[in-house]
Design a protein around this ligand. Structure first.
Ligand code: PLP
Length: 397
């Protein structure tokens, strides 16, 4: 039996805010400031350089990787924390291409997050062997997987629409034609049940500042299927991925473990925040979390559908094909979102016309959802969003 949800008492939620943006930046868990103060004051302040040993900073990325692994169905010793997701995409992609030297196609979809695609372009140019990035429409990607494909690189949940790929089915198809599978779990980890080991994919990557509440700039993670770990020749051959970093050899020899996916010095403060933030998952059954997420999304879709007829649902109506976010399209969505934020309902906006609302059952309940819809309906009914002040564009949307 899992714990009951939500667990709002574990989070520092500001008064008067209904936070529907945990898909973009998760809320601060209450344990984090104290832990950060302790690491700063007692570990960095008093231990200084000794902290790498005495406070176990050097082991932290693997330790936190294991802690996170439970939430995505990854076995111990298969997940490493570090760098940014953008870097982890590059690492996973480079390792995938090495595994299929006679194939030249990276297959992705048009719904993928731009940085994933940009990194593929950059890697292709760096390798300089005539690889190509092919993009299919999300609904056509399964059929586009053929035996020319070296690696299928997809983000499971679309950042704009919340549309969710069938991880098991796509991975099966990739393997059937001999392609490698790389999943980006940016909008999956901490949002839904993920069975990485069961999917049998070779690689998975994701970030920790969205549903995992690691804080702005929190480090990313990479998963490598255990049977492959010893075979990968890291493209980003950093000293901390070396088998013996403190031997300071002139030649690179990768660590025999998932440690080879490390690059350079880990961000200890940020990883400490993440380590503490992951405590909020203790005892949480991911099936219960998913059920609660689906229930919240259903209430939101039904209520907005009934009360805000000018908004168009941009997410799949079928919960089984949706992650933990709901998007509505509206030509002046930017202004509507600005008006919502002013009234304490925080979601976000993605060009050209998508208003995104993330649902995080650890700290959002049904009453929050209904209160948010009340405010949205009021803004739509009274056309408050027409005020020019809501149309001024900020740098980050
Ligand atoms: C959020 C997100 C990113 C962000 O990458 P960073 O390196 O953390 O900036 C990348 N890919 C996907 C699919 C995302 O959703």
């Amino acid at each position: 039996m899992g714990v009951s949800l939500p667990r709002k008492e574990l989070f520092d939620l500001p008064e008067g805010v209904i936070y529907l943006d945990g898909n973009s930046l998760g809320v601060l868990p209450k344990s984090v400031p104290e832990r950060l103060a302790q690491v700063t004051r007692d570990e960095w302040g008093k231990e200084l350089i000794r902290g790498w040993n005495t406070a176990k900073w050097m082991d932290q990325p693997a330790r936190v990787g294991d802690k996170l692994g439970r939430l995505i169905g990854a076995p111990q010793g298969s997940v490493m924390i570090g760098d940014t997701l953008t870097i982890k995409v590059f690492q996973g992609l480079a390792a995938s291409l090495q595994m299929r030297p006679d194939r030249k196609v990276i297959l992705s979809d048009t719904g993928n997050f731009p940085t994933d695609l940009y990194m593929a372009e950059g890697l292709i140019d760096t390798i300089g062997k005539g690889h190509a990035l092919q993009l299919a429409k999300p609904e056509a990607v399964l059929d586009a997987i053929d035996d020319s494909v070296a690696v299928v690189m997809l983000t499971q949940v679309d950042y704009r629409t919340g549309r969710m790929h069938d991880m098991a089915a796509i991975t099966r198809r990739a393997h059937k034609v001999g392609a490698v599978m790389l999943w980006d779990l940016a909008h999956s980890a901490g949002a839904l049940e993920v069975d990485i080991a069961g999917s049998n994919c070779e690689f998975a990557v994701g970030c920790t500042y969205k549903y995992l509440n690691g804080g702005p700039g929190a480090p990313a993670f990479i998963y490598v299927r255990p049977d492959l770990i010893g075979t990968i020749k890291p493209t980003l051959a950093g000293w901390l991925g070396h088998d013996a970093p403190f031997a300071f050899e002139t030649g690179y020899r990768p660590a025999p473990s998932i440690g080879r996916m490390r690059v350079g010095t880990p961000p200890v403060l940020q990883t400490s925040a993440l380590e503490a933030a992951l405590d909020v998952w203790e005892g949480v059954d991911m099936a219960d979390l998913r059920a609660a997420s689906v229930a919240l999304c259903e209430v939101f879709i039904k209520q907005v559908g009934a009360r805000c007829p000018s908004l168009t649902l941009a997410s799949p109506r079928d919960a089984a094909q949706r992650g933990s976010q709901v998007s509505f399209a509206f030509p002046d969505g930017y202004a509507v979102m600005a008006a919502l934020i002013e009234r304490g309902v925080i979601g976000d906006f993605r060009a050209p016309d998508i208003m995104r609302f993330g649902f995080t059952p650890l700290y959002i309940d049904r009453n929050d959802v209904i209160a948010a819809v009340d405010i949205l309906a009021d803004i739509m009914d009274r056309k408050t969003w027409k005020d020019p002040k809501y149309h001024v564009k900020q740098a980050v949307t």
